[in-house]
Design a protein around this ligand. Sequence first.
Ligand SMILES: Nc1ncnc2c1ncn2[C@@H]1O[C@H](COP(=O)(O)OP(=O)(O)O)[C@@H](O)[C@H]1O
Ligand SMILES: [Mg+2]
Length: 318
Amino acid sequence: MAEPRFAVVAEGLRKRYGDTEALAGLDLRVPAGTVHGLLGPNGAGKTTAVRILTTLARPDGGTARVAGHDVVREARAVRGRIGLVGQHAAVDEILGGRQNLVMFGRLYHLGAARARRRADELLERFRLADAAGKAVGEYSGGMRRRLDLAASMILAPPVLFLDEPTTGLDPRARNEVWDAIRALVDGGTTVLLTTQYLEEADRLAAGISVIDRGRVIAEGTPDQLKKRLGGDRIEVALDDPGSLTAAAEIVGRVASGGVDVDAEALRIGAPVSGRAAALTEAVRALDDAGVKVADIGLRRPTLDEVFLHLTDKEEVSS
Ligand SMILES: Nc1ncnc2c1ncn2[C@@H]1O[C@H](COP(=O)(O)OP(=O)(O)O)[C@@H](O)[C@H]1O
Ligand SMILES: [Mg+2]
């Protein structure tokens, strides 16, 4: 069978736990061979979606196909084509990294020689060969996550699900895991990853679905989403309350959207589109007007602001 164009297609997925509507009609399309980010805050329904797509839970409504097979009617076929790295590691802490991978290989019915060969390949690929004999209990967080990834790749599944692969990792370990994920996709694997971090989706994903309360509230490439959000923000901190009005007026001239004035903290913020130009113009205009600035800079919108913005929009349109 030819590989389907979309590795994951979900339409109107619903799942309820008691009074909680974990999924309220989730739609998703992941082109084969790409990384897709499912971005959302705690409780948005990310794990529930992953559990349904990996056949661990049944939807109450809607349909989903993974690698061309229906997750309910063809659950076995789906299971043979996917890997899953959940929020909690499945590896044994007492065993060494290599022993863990060989054990998984045997569980997947590889012969002893093939299981050993596959373990060595994967240790090499995830840069764990030097730590192959070390007990996993002594691995760093990043090494452990890479071992989780390696274990999920023993059968080289075409579609891999990663549920918050870097939550709890320090920045360096996070980078190592990102590199490992990029290497997988270079090898042709389709990756659906959930994350609470805009930056992570931004760095890795070709497409992003922002989800909240069990539904997709925005989707697109990282650039498209950032444009929708008005790009970066300019932030100005002042010393003198008397200059607040003049400063707000100047920031308003370079802004691409509404100006937020925090009179108590003496801070002014606004979205801008042309990064450097807006900053230069603001600095110059503030200086010309004799406004004394304590601090001025550009920053990315936080995930909180992204969600606020998106949910505001949604309420206006519905
Ligand atoms: N097994 C369960 N029993 C009851 N409620 C659940 C269960 N799993 C998830 N939920 C609820 O469904 C919602 C979505 O949860 P989840 O999919 O885990 O979100 P996320 O992974 O985005 O944090 C949350 O309100 C959560 O409390
Ligand atoms: Mg979760």
